[in-house]
Design a protein around this ligand. Structure first.
Ligand SMILES: C[S@@+](CC[C@H](N)C(=O)[O-])C[C@H]1O[C@@H](n2cnc3c(N)ncnc32)[C@H](O)[C@@H]1O
Length: 251
């Protein structure tokens, strides 16, 4: 199911997310994630819905939160509740990050993306984190990739799940370390993950093979000892591999 169609489905039940019994859902998990945050600047709640409870919590502890949702009705209700907050009506898979964030959340939201969008969106979000930024998100606690649609909420929604091994592999590749992973509604498969953007993982290799210019290659999540040679293509198209002559960190 494409995200815009999903947004139109959520328009039909946007009021439901303002009901009192939902107002504590996820707060304890957010508090756990916030403890890992080193800096409390900009924060982004992806698929924020209409309740505003995460916006309230993030404001209370010193972040400057913003919200994003693909449902027009959710955003309209969220703006009514928090007129002073910046909200974006957008699909996260098409949205361009305007800045880096110290904290990003995607609580029961990005799991609705189709399977083929899961990896690029995870990469986009990890890239949108500032150094030492924290990302909390929910997914299905499965062992492998899976896609399904469901109408248990009274609307038709899709789910795309990468599975735990692939999710952890991608977080590592995108420069993040997993700090917490929990089945918080066990035996349900609801899983939440806290990831930390770890700047030391963004090492760049500097290598040179004369007469080609110096090559600077980012080792996204790869430690230099796992990539002791840089490979490239010379002017005549000949492949070469050359030892690392220096390392540089992100930025
Ligand atoms: C189950 S509701 C959760 C709302 C909120 N996170 C909460 O816990 O109260 C899922 C929300 O994610 C939003 N959403 C799903 N896919 C999205 C996408 N691709 N981009 C932005 N928002 C999305 C939906 O519109 C909906 O408001």
């Amino acid at each position: 199911m494409d995200p815009e169609a999903l947004g139109r489905e959520y328009d039909k039940i946007a009021n439901h997310w303002q009901e009192p019994f939902l107002q504590t859902n996820g707060l304890a998990q957010f508090e756990k994630a916030i403890r890992f945050a080193k800096n409390r600047g900009p924060a982004l709640d992806i698929g924020c819905g209409s309740s505003g409870r995460f916006i309230d919590l993030l404001s209370k502890v010193g972040f400057t939160p913003e919200g994003l949702d693909v449902s027009q009705k959710m955003i309209a209700l969220a703006r009514q509740r928090h007129p002073q907050i910046q909200f974006y009506e957008a699909d996260i898979s098409k949205w361009t990050f305007p800045k880096k964030y110290d904290f990003i959340s995607a609580w029961d939201s990005t799991w609705h993306l189709p399977l083929e969008l899961q990896e690029p969106v995870l990469q986009k979000i990890c890239d949108g984190l500032a150094d030492h930024g924290i990302f909390i998100f929910t997914t299905g606690g499965l062992d492998g990739p899976h896609e399904k649609s469901d109408s248990a909420m009274g609307i038709e929604v899709g789910f795309g799940v990468l599975g735990i091994p692939k999710t952890l592999e991608l977080l590592d590749r995108f420069g993040c370390v997993c700090r917490h992973l929990e089945y918080d509604q066990y035996p349900e498969k609801h899983l939440y993950v806290v990831a930390h953007q770890y700047p030391e993982k963004h090492l760049y290799v500097v290598a040179q093979k004369r007469p080609d210019p110096v090559a600077v290659v980012e080792l996204r999540g790869r430690h230099p000892w796992r990539a002791p040679r840089v490979r490239g293509r010379g002017k005549q198209g000949r492949r070469w591999g050359t030892p690392i002559i220096g390392l540089r960190s992100r930025g």
